[in-house]
Ligand binder design. Sequence first.
Ligand SMILES: [Zn+2]
Length: 361
Amino acid sequence: MMALVHSKDYEKHNTGAHPENKERIRVIMDSLEKERILNFKEINSFYDEYPKLNGNIDVIKPEMASREDILRVHQESYVDYLKTFCGSGGGYLDFDTVVSQESYKIAKLAAGGAITASKLVLDGYNYAYSLARPPGHHATKEKAMGFCLFNNLAVAIEYLREFHGIKKFMIFDFDAHYGNGTAEIYLNDPNVLYISIHQDPRTIFPGSGFIEEIGNSEGEGYNINIPMPPGSTSEDYMYILERLLEPVAHDFSAEFHFIEVGFDGHKDDPLSRLCLDDEFYPWIMSKMMEISNKMVLIFEGGYNLSALSRCNMKMINVLRNKLPIYYDEVYKNHIMELNVSDETKKIFKNIQDVFSSFYEF
Ligand SMILES: [Zn+2]
């Protein structure tokens, strides 16, 4: 059973011609509606031409995160600053993060979407996907960064801790950029395992996410970074993830699983120099479904509209049809070492060495 948490209000975070704009979620919703796989439980269809759909993905409205929900993660001075800044009309918060009048409210709705998705999984859905914007994984406790205002995922984790007594969380982030905000928030926390595969930070924003950043004090060993050189392909990704994800997840044995979903590692994406093809996205979902049959997905990056909607559809089709095995046949060639670069093998070896006292993989 799968739920999609979404509101048309997410389009009200108006960023103009910025790469992170409302078209991103609109093309995704449009593609899902056209396939007639959505079942609007609580809200009307967004487009009149498809008024009565009865698919197997339930579309659920996000709740608005409360101020308390946000303050479990973010500094009060930052939250107030953002509220005032947006209230006075918005503008650029930093070099690349822009907000409009409504953005503060919509950012709370995006954080609330992550909470709603988490509750749906607790209520019995296998997979719940928060399709929201603004994205969240660069937002730190005290500032907006990289198109992100609030750290949606962290807000959901702290909600689950406060109200549901859940202790151990695993996050896997395959956005092209390192989720520095999420990583930093949990750097000292042994109960939140953050695994990120991303483009080598020497070549891309935010400039952090090296293998050596393994977590601090009690959190050592719970921050696993897989920095991939520009030009890395699905084969390179699969080589490492096939060997690392399952053993680490098994050792850690989380109570709750999150995925930060980013499509900007695709070869057509303008914001990264990674070269993933369409097949990576269904493959990684199949892998994660083997790790857990309950997961919350949080939408992050992806800026080529056509690749974004196409890859999202392929990923969702795996989730909604529960096809955890199908990758074996389709991807046999992908995981053959023949197509994997020596650099990738070196990176994997390096990660193995750095984490040898923590995990066996
Ligand atoms: Zn990204």
